[in-house]
Write a protein that binds this ligand. Structure first.
Ligand code: AMP
Ligand code: MG
Length: 351
């Protein structure tokens, strides 16, 4: 079965679905046609997904072009699978120099390894390779192969020289993978660039991960659709938000089937297997896109109970929408009033 094709179609659906929800797919926002606000939209295929940047206000065209150029630059730089990427090069050579972007992402990833007690592991690349997620040669790895890959998840063997902007892997075969954090960093950078161009209202959609700047031109909040993991071409709820990244991790986003079992791409570093703990998707809402992306992956790995405790300790920096395998929805207190769904929603309270 052409899972890659399936994935591409799904990505398209995700992108379209969110655009429809966000109401920002055209050059004018619905309800804004009587205003003469300038606006611009551009699409690009990068980081293996469809991305759209839409901005409103004077200079929108130029700002969106600069944003697209930044997406293309980061795509070429951060890829672990193409020799344009410094990530690829350090992985090939057991270390080397990193750009400011690469260094920032590596250092944040290492901090997140600590704060998530290992749920976020930037050294996951050998395990992704073992499962065939890197080259689309999907398959369940042998126990021996997995054991070997697991031994390479030793984050303490990533030696960073901040002043020299270099990294060294103290174990042969180690390799890093920014797949769990790069899109959120990219959307944050895009928002920063749009702001530098004086834009105050914009939306960035990176394959279903959304970050918005300000509010809509009519002064209302952006409406971001949250997909139903059991039926990912349909929405399950809508979040109203201003100035936030809304980033989702779900097993349905990239997976394959073998002998009737579905295996997805979010790996529990303690087992080397796709995390299976009752969660179907985790959406993080935060002003910090980089954090939102890394935590969507991490909280998916943790499962509802641990993730709830993690949020309760860190509730000032993000909020969460959890959807379980059985379709229950839980939202954290900070966004409870901003999220609507047809079905019942349980609210997780801060302690
Ligand atoms: P996301 O869709 O943001 O959850 O990212 C999933 C991607 O992150 C995977 O395709 C891998 O590249 C990477 N990844 C998978 N598991 C982990 C993990 N436990 N920690 C860090 N990155 C991971
Ligand atoms: Mg992520």
């Amino acid at each position: 079965m052409a899972y890659n094709m399936k994935k591409k179609i799904l990505c398209l659906l995700l992108a379209c679905g969110l655009l429809a929800f966000a109401g920002c797919g055209q050059t004018t926002v619905s309800g804004q046609s009587d205003t003469d606000t300038e606006s611009a939209t551009q699409d690009v295929f990068a980081m293996d997904t469809y991305m759209t940047v839409t901005a409103y206000g004077d200079g929108a065209e130029e700002a969106v072009s600069a944003a697209i150029a930044e997406i293309e630059r980061l795509d070429a730089l951060l890829t672990a699978t193409d020799d344009t990427g410094e990530t690829y090069t350090v992985n090939q050579n057991g270390g080397g120099s990193l750009s400011e972007d690469g260094m920032y992402l590596l250092e944040r990833s290492l901090e997140l390894y600590e704060s998530t007690e290992g749920a976020f592991n930037v050294a996951i690349f050998p395990v992704m390779t073992a499962w065939g997620f890197v080259d689309d040669a999907f398959g369940v790895p042998s126990e021996a192969e997995l054991k070997e890959a697991l031994a390479l998840l030793d984050v303490s063997s990533i030696l960073v020289d901040t002043d020299g902007s270099t990294v060294t892997f103290a174990r042969e075969g180690m390799a890093i993978d920014f797949g769990g954090i790069a899109k959120g960093y990219t959307s944050s950078r895009v928002i920063q660039i749009l702001e530098e161009y004086g834009i105050e209202s914009a939306v960035v959609n990176l394959g279903g991960n959304v970050q918005v700047l300000g509010e809509k031109v009519d002064g209302s909040a952006w409406r971001v659709g949250i997909l139903d993991p059991a039926n990912p071409d349909e929405g399950i709820g809508v979040l109203e938000t201003i100035d936030c990244a809304v980033i989702t991790s779900g097993g349905y986003e990239r997976c394959f089937e073998e002998d009737g079992v579905i295996y997805h791409h979010i790996i529990d570093p303690s087992t080397g297997y796709p995390a299976e703990n009752g969660l179907a998707s985790v959406t993080i809402v935060s002003q910090d896109g980089t954090l939102a992306d890394a935590l969507s992956t991490s909280l998916f790995v943790m499962g509802l109970e641990k993730a709830t405790a993690f949020w309760q300790k860190n509730s000032d920096s993000f909020d969460v929408i959890f959807i379980t395998d059985s379709g229950e929805i839980y939202v954290t207190e900070g966004i409870a009033d901003d999220f609507t769904a047809e079905q019942e929603v349980s609210v997780i309270e801060a302690q």
